[in-house]
Write a protein that binds this ligand. Structure first.
Ligand code: NAD
Length: 270
C-alpha cells in the first residue's frame, strides 16, 4: 500500500517537540521525506533519528533555523529543495507563548514584538519561500494542472475566540495567522497551492503545560473543554496529515479546528 504522502517532500517547523515532532514522524510513516526544522537542533536531530530508525525507506534531515529570521527560513526551504529535489508540504508550525505575555496594560512591547516576530512574521516568511519553491514543481501533464503544494499554518482556537485569562500578543498573532492564511489561499488557489490553518485546542505539550504551570491554572483551562481532557500532539498531527495529503485536494482557506469541542461550547458537561 503506498503511503498517504508517498514521494512527497515536507518541511516542518517546530519539529523538535509537540505537534511538529509527531507530524514529522507521521508524515515519514506515510512516505514523505522530511526536513525537520527547529531552533533547538538537538531535538530536531532526535526526531530525525526516530524516523531513520523506524522508517528506513524515507529520508529525514534536521536543520537549525529561527523562524523569526527571514534568512533562516529562506535557507531552510532551500535546504529541503537541495536535499530532496522539491517541496510539496510546508507546515509552518513553530510558535511561542511567552510567560510574560499578559493583558493590554501589562504586556511589554518587547514581548509583543517577539511574539509577532516568531508567530506571525515567521509564518509569512514560511509561506513566501514555500510558494516560491512550489511554483517550481512540475505540471501534471495527465491532469493539465500545476502540481503546486499544501501549506499548513498553525494558528489556535484563540484566533477564533477571546480568552479571559489573557495572553494578548499570542492571541493577536494567531488571529493574524488565520487571516493571512485565508488571503494566501485565495491569491494562490489557481496555482494549485492550498493554504489552510490548523486551529488546535489546549494540548498536553510543553508550550501550554509550561504556561499553565500550576494545577489551579490547568483546571481553570480544563473546565472549558467539553471532552474533559487536554489534546495530544498526535491528534493534531493526524489532522495535519489530512491537510498535507491529496485527500484534502479540494480544501483551501479552511480554519481546521481540532479542539475537543471547545470552540463550540457555551457551557460544558459536568
Ligand atoms: P512545543 O513547545 O511542544 O513545540 C514548539 C517547537 O517550536 C519547539 O520545538 C521549539 O523549540 C520550536 N520553536 C520555538 N521557537 C522557534 C523559532 N523561533 N524557530 C524555530 N523553532 C522554534 O509546542 P506545540 O504545542 O507543539 O506548539 C506548536 C504550535 O501549536 C505553536 O504554533 C503553538 O502556538 C500552536 N498551538 C499550541 C497549542 C497548545 O495547547 N499546545 C494550542 C494552540 C496552538
Amino acid at each position: 500500500m503506498p503511503g498517504r504522502l508517498q514521494n512527497k517532500v515536507a518541511l516542518v517547523t517546530g519539529a523538535g517537540s509537540g505537534i511538529g515532532l509527531e507530524s514529522s514522524i507521521l508524515f515519514a510513516q506515510e512516505g514523505a521525506n522530511v526536513l525537520l526544522v527547529d531552533i533547538n537542533l538537538e531535538n530536531a536531530e532526535k526526531g530525525a533519528a526516530i524516523i531513520a530508525e523506524r522508517f528506513p525507506n524515507v529520508k529525514a534531515v534536521a536543520t537549525k533555523a529561527d523562524v523569526g529570521k527571514e534568512e533562516d527560513v529562506k535557507a531552510a526551504v532551500e535546504r529541503a529543495v537541495k536535499e530532496f529535489g522539491r517541496l510539496d508540504v510546508m507546515f509552518n508550525n513553530a510558535g511561542i507563548m511567552h510567560p510574560e505575555d499578559d493583558n493590554a496594560l501589562n504586556t511589554e512591547e518587547r514581548i509583543w514584538d517577539l511574539t509577532m516576530q516568531i508567530n506571525l512574521k515567521g509564518v509569512w516568511w514560511g509561506c513566501k519561500y514555500a510558494i516560491l519553491a512550489m511554483r517550481e514543481n512540475p505540471t501534471d501533464e495527465a491532469k493539465g494542472l500545476h502540481v503546486g503544494g499544501s501549506i499548513i499554518n498553525t494558528a489556535s482556537f484563540v484566533a477564533l475566540m477571546g480568552a479571559a485569562t489573557p495572553q494578548l500578543a499570542y492571541t493577536a498573532s494567531k488571529g493574524g495567522v488565520l487571516a493571512m492564511s485565508r488571503e494566501l489561499a485565495m491569491v494562490h488557489a489557481r496555482e494549485g497551492i492550498r493554504v489552510n490553518s490548523l486551529c488546535p485546542g489546549p494540548l498536553k505539550t510543553p508550550l501550554l503545560m509550561d504556561f499553565l504551570n500550576t494545577e489551579e491554572k490547568r483546571q481553570r483551562r480544563m473546565v472549558h473543554i467539553p471532552m474533559g481532557r487536554f489534546g495530544e500532539a498526535v491528534e493534531l498531527a493526524r489532522a495535519a496529515l489530512f491537510l498535507a495529503s491529496d485527500e484534502s485536494s479540494y480544501v483551501t482557506g479552511a480554519d481546521f479546528t481540532v479542539d475537543g469541542g471547545l470552540s463550540s461550547a457555551y457551557v460544558t458537561p459536568l
